[in-house]
Ligand binder design. Structure first.
Ligand SMILES: Cc1cc2nc3c(=O)[nH]c(=O)nc-3n(C[C@H](O)[C@H](O)[C@H](O)COP(=O)(O)OP(=O)(O)OC[C@H]3O[C@@H](n4cnc5c(N)ncnc54)[C@H](O)[C@@H]3O)c2cc1C
Ligand SMILES: NC(=O)c1ccc[n+]([C@@H]2O[C@H](COP(=O)([O-])OP(=O)(O)OC[C@H]3O[C@@H](n4cnc5c(N)ncnc54)[C@H](OP(=O)(O)O)[C@@H]3O)[C@@H](O)[C@H]2O)c1
Length: 258
């Protein structure tokens, strides 16, 4: 006999909601004591919808050891879940599937010296969790988080990245961390201004991060727009990197962010 859908999720309370731009929001929900996830994984969040349910995947932004679960959501025009999130308020109930999933896990790399996380839009979310894990900092010498968005007001985590130096568990490692913003339809000081595949091919990204990318030392994680993931993977293949598989080690791990 299969379990009833009711047994597969818990009902959580929305603790706070922040609206950064008309289409970008972050929020946190209560975390059940039994809810386990690895940094880089995603939750399935849901609403009751008439007789049924509406479910979508959202990467966890919080650290594995956090008391609450935080998410970063891009609202999509005419999207069913986005319409529900547009009205979300503290105190509302959100459904949380009991199982977190995903293979965007840095610990899958058995070796490597530098970890470069490439993201577009909401694809930054899993990496915000990853960089709060002390074990990762002990494992890699340098960490770089690259966030590509179209316009400057979408870089909503830039201040948090600067404040990472004050983080109680990973702050001491901050000198080994680089946050690199990329704006694809605007210009700003400190931001690169081309799409990620081009920045890889022309060497601009490596120069900005002050890193030499090599299959021996560099490990890449990709998350975001599926077209970006595909095109960036292709650029990395051309540069001599390969997909990481558990039985055939490589240098690239990726996940489509939607
Ligand atoms: C593994 C995984 C993790 C995800 N994590 C996140 C997350 O952390 N934050 C988040 O906002 N969304 C995330 N998504 C997308 C999310 O599940 C929903 O699809 C999204 O919130 C839109 O839902 P919707 O019902 O409003 O529209 P949908 O009907 O689900 O989507 C409509 C269309 O909008 C576009 N779209 C969907 N999501 C995005 C997005 N995030 N950015 C740009 N375009 C998009 C796609 O072209 C899609 O076909 C994730 C998806 C997957 C598969
Ligand atoms: N951002 C916009 O101005 C805009 C406009 C119309 C509709 N929308 C819609 O709004 C929603 C959310 O958009 P979003 O801007 O958060 O997400 P997005 O469209 O995925 O864009 C995020 C970042 O990914 C880049 N990107 C897209 N395709 C790429 C590729 N193949 N290779 C490398 N980089 C790539 C974008 O560059 P580019 O800026 O060069 O695309 C941008 O820097 C989506 O439904 C989107 O279709 C967005």
């Amino acid at each position: 006999m299969s379990a009833s859908p009711e047994a597969k999720f818990t009902e959580e309370t929305v603790l706070w909601v922040k609206r950064h731009t008309p289409k970008l929001m972050t929020f946190a929900i209560t975390r059940p004591e039994a809810y386990r996830f690895a940094a880089g994984q995603f939750s399935r969040l849901g609403f009751r919808d008439g007789e049924g349910f509406l479910w979508r995947a959202y990467s966890v932004v919080s650290a594995e050891y956090a008391d609450t679960l935080e998410y970063f959501v891009v609202l999509i025009e005419n999207g069913p879940m986005s319409a529900r999130f547009a009205d979300l308020q503290a105190g509302d109930t959100l459904l949380l599937d009991k199982t977190a999933t995903g293979f965007l896990l840095p610990e899958r790399f058995a070796d490597g010296r530098d970890l470069v996380m490439l993201s577009t839009g909401s694809g930054i979310a899993p990496f915000l969790s990853v960089i709060q894990q002390p074990a990762l900092w002990q494992r890699f010498e340098r960490l770089a988080l690259v966030h590509s968005v179209s316009y400057a007001d979408e870089l909503i985590f830039a201040d948090d990245m600067a404040r990472l130096a004050e983080h109680p568990l990973v702050g001491d490692y901050h000198s080994r961390f680089t946050f690199q913003p990329v704006l694809t339809r605007a210009h700003a000081a400190g931001a690169l201004d081309k799409r990620l595949p081009e920045l890889l091919r022309n060497g601009e990204l490596a120069a900005a991060l002050n890193m030499e990318f090599s299959p021996e030392h560099t490990r890449f994680m990709l998350c975001g727009n599926p077209a970006m993931v595909k095109d960036t993977f292709q650029a990395l293949l051309e540069l001599g990197f390969a997909m990481h598989r558990n039985k055939i080690p490589g240098q690239i791990i990726m996940e489509n962010g939607f």
